[in-house]
Each structure stands twice: as structure tokens, then as C-alpha cells.
Design a protein around this ligand. Structure first.
Ligand code: SAH
Length: 223
């Protein structure tokens, strides 16, 4: 079946409930994350030119979305979202807008999201999609995530959704004291989920979680 369906039906809602249950079974406990997985219509983030079976949107798999990029696996989205420990109205910077799904999940959790994408084609597609879907608390930017978004800093939380080979120092600077950054640290094929907490201007602590797979975080912009 080719999915050109741009509606959200009871069938989709049922599939989402199952997906949220699967996330719970895999160890996700934050109720705001589980609620977001159950609420955000993931099948509408694949783009109309992507060929997929609709039910695949609610399987726990990543998917190609064009420009060589992927929509992250629901478990990865849930895991990173949980590590962020979002409270309502927190300012969250996301690096790697991609399909916009992770941004929509964070917005549904109550965050004010600032999201940067380096691929112009993805930015041009995702920004209007999020607007059309009514995510007024997501601001999209076209740029290089390594630079962050200093005009809106400091951020309570930062999430990187691509594998980072080196510590992004500008992003650590743009984190509020008491804030946390969650990033897959390493290469595309070998990265650990890392959470860094900022205790003072130059004081940080680090926690390392399991292995994940991500597309790489690359420098510069693609027009
Ligand atoms: N959060 C996305 C995941 C997309 S995959 C989602 O929910 O769909 C990672 C994304 O990071 C890709 O779109 C890629 O183009 C982007 N990316 C990689 N390096 C980047 C950088 N330096 N700045 C901004 N975006 C970057």
C-alpha cells in the first residue's frame, strides 16, 4: 500500500496506543513521554513522497525520509526524551529537525522547542508541516547545529539527534546552569547515549547509557 493518507483515524490512534505500550514494556516510564507517543501522529511525518505501509509508522523502526536522512526509531525518541526530564515550558534546543517528529514529541511534553536543521530541503518541508499541524511551540531554524542558537540561549535542555564525534563546546556554553544535554556521542556505527549536566559555568558531570545508531552530525549547511 502506498500511504498518501494525510488523516488521523481511530485505527492510527489504536496503533499508537500499542506503540506506547511497547515503549512501556521496553522500560520507558515517564508518563509525559508515553502520552506524547500516544498523541503525536507519527505517520504524518514521513512526507508524501515516502513510500511506506501505514502500519510501519507505528512499528519500532527508523525510516528513510529523503536527503539521506531518517526519522528516528520510536524507542530512541522515547529514550532521549525521557533522559531530558522535561518540565512544562522549558526551553529545549534540538539539533537535527529531520522529519519534525522528535520536535513534536517534545512540544507535546510541554517544552518550548527550538530546532535546527542543516539540510535546506528538510527545513523547507518540515517547518510548514509543523505549523500546519498546529505545533506553535516549535521554532525551526536552518543552520549548522554546532553553532547552536545563541540569540535564544540559555536553554534548559539540549538534545542532539545525530551522532556527534566531538564535544560541541558552543552548545555546552548555551546550556543554562542546572541544564542537561543528551547526545549520542561517537560515530554512526558506534555511539553511546550520553547525558551531561551543567553544574556551573565550567563544571559538568557525565552519565553514559546504552549504545544507539544515528546518522552523523556534520558541519556546515546543505543548500
Ligand atoms: N530528530 C529527527 C531525526 C532526524 S536524523 C526526527 O525526529 O526525525 C538527524 C538529523 O540531523 C538529519 O536531518 C540531519 O540532516 C541533521 N543534522 C546532522 N548534522 C546537523 C547539524 N550540524 N546541524 C543541524 N542538523 C544536523
Amino acid at each position: 500500500m502506498i500511504a498518501m493518507q494525510q488523516q488521523d483515524t481511530y485505527r492510527h490512534k489504536g496503533l499508537r496506543k500499542e506503540l506506547a505500550n511497547k515503549m512501556r514494556d521496553k522500560g520507558i516510564t515517564d508518563p509525559t513521554v508515553l502520552n506524547a507517543i500516544e498523541t503525536v501522529p507519527r505517520h504524518l511525518f514521513f512526507g508524501t513522497d515516502t513510500i511506506f505501509h501505514e502500519a510501519q509508522a507505528y512499528e519500532d523502526i527508523a525510516f528513510q525520509i529523503g536527503s539521506g536522512q531518517t526519522i528516528s526509531q520510536p524507542y530512541t525518541v522515547s529514550y532521549q526524551s525521557q533522559l531530558l526530564e522535561i518540565t512544562p515550558r522549558q526551553k529545549v534546543l534540538e539539533i537535527g529537525t529531520g522529519s519534525g517528529y522528535q520536535a513534536a514529541v517534545l512540544a507535546t511534553m510541554g517544552a518550548r522547542v527550538y530546532s535546527i536543521e542543516r539540510h535546506r530541503a528538510l527545513y523547507d518541508k518540515t517547518k510548514p508541516l509543523l505549523e500546519k499541524m498546529g505545533y506553535t511551540n516549535v521554532k525551526c531554524f536552518f543552520g549548522d547545529g554546532f553553532e547552536g542558537q545563541p540569540a535564544y540561549a540559555p536553554f534548559d535542555k539540549i538534545i542532539i539527534t545525530a551522532a556527534v564525534p566531538e564535544m560541541p563546546h558552543k552548545l555546552l556554553q548555551q546550556l543554562a546552569v542546572g541544564g542537561k544535554i543528551v547526545l549520542p556521542f561517537g560515530t554512526e556505527t558506534n555511539c553511546d547515549m550520553v547525558r551531561i549536566t551543567k553544574h556551573g559555568e565550567n563544571q559538568f558531570s557525565e552519565e553514559v547509557f546504552g549504545k544507539f545508531a544515528f546518522v552523523p552530525m556534520l558541519k556546515g549547511k546543505v543548500f
